[in-house]
Write a protein that binds this ligand. Sequence first.
Ligand code: OGA
Ligand code: MN
Length: 293
Amino acid sequence: MSMSLRQVGPCLAAEVDGLDLTRPLSPEAVAAIHAGMDTYAVLVFHDQKLDDEQQLVFTRSLGEIEHAIGTSLRAPDELRLPTTFADVSNLDKDQKVFARADRRRLFALGNRLWHSDSSFKAIPAKYSLLHARSVPSRGGNTEFADMRGAWDALDAETRAEVEDLVCEHSQIFSRQQLGFTDFTDEERARFAPVRQRLVRTHPVTGRRSLYLSSHAGTILGWPVPEARAFLRDLVEHATQRQFVYAHRWRVGDLVMWDNRQTMHRARPFPAHEPRDMRRTTLAGDGPTVAHAA
Ligand code: OGA
Ligand code: MN
């Protein structure tokens, strides 16, 4: 059976049929997946019964893995999954659902804000691949917004204003928006801000996109409240419904998105129900700003 794509979102997102991700992919299939990502920025693969090893093999067939080290509040000896995975579940290492007020859970609620994965790292992520192992009885959708469409829809004056701006991103800024501020000194050092351009150009298609994320908390050279108000307006613009695809999860779905061209956010679900989602991430090519400091 050969691979086929069917667009499911307004200007991004396609479902892919005809691929079994547990099997080795031909070079043609790998090229077709990258081409699909360049066009749609989000690809959905249904009914993929992957275990951890198969998810890793599939991910590595597309590029180099970004490890998740020190990016959550789970201590190294509390990890449920190896660092080749970002554990997006609400489960501890004994597979128990986090208590409602668990600090690790509250920190992870930052995923409910629009963001781009690892924008808080100097070299931010390329693709994320999220696989659903168990899903709650209701809620828990993931929404994706097309940052190319958002750029295209800006007026010329705003484009000129944002074109060369550089922001600072940190998980401290995103959590601050939720009122989560009790970081230890060690965590503050670990989550030190990094710089990112506000406008990116896709290396293959040449399309421009707004590089927004709730991790962005300052614009270099701007007063902080003015920067925050401006970024908030841009996020509001970029996440209008005409730019958004909402994914309703089924067990076995694998959704892959391009963090360079999209933002995403998790939607709420009943806090006592397990939601086992496991993410592998492809490393980005390099920093978005030419130099540090
Ligand atoms: C992620 C993420 C959203 C969700 O995996 O990076 O933000 O719905 N997930 O779990
Ligand atoms: Mn994310």
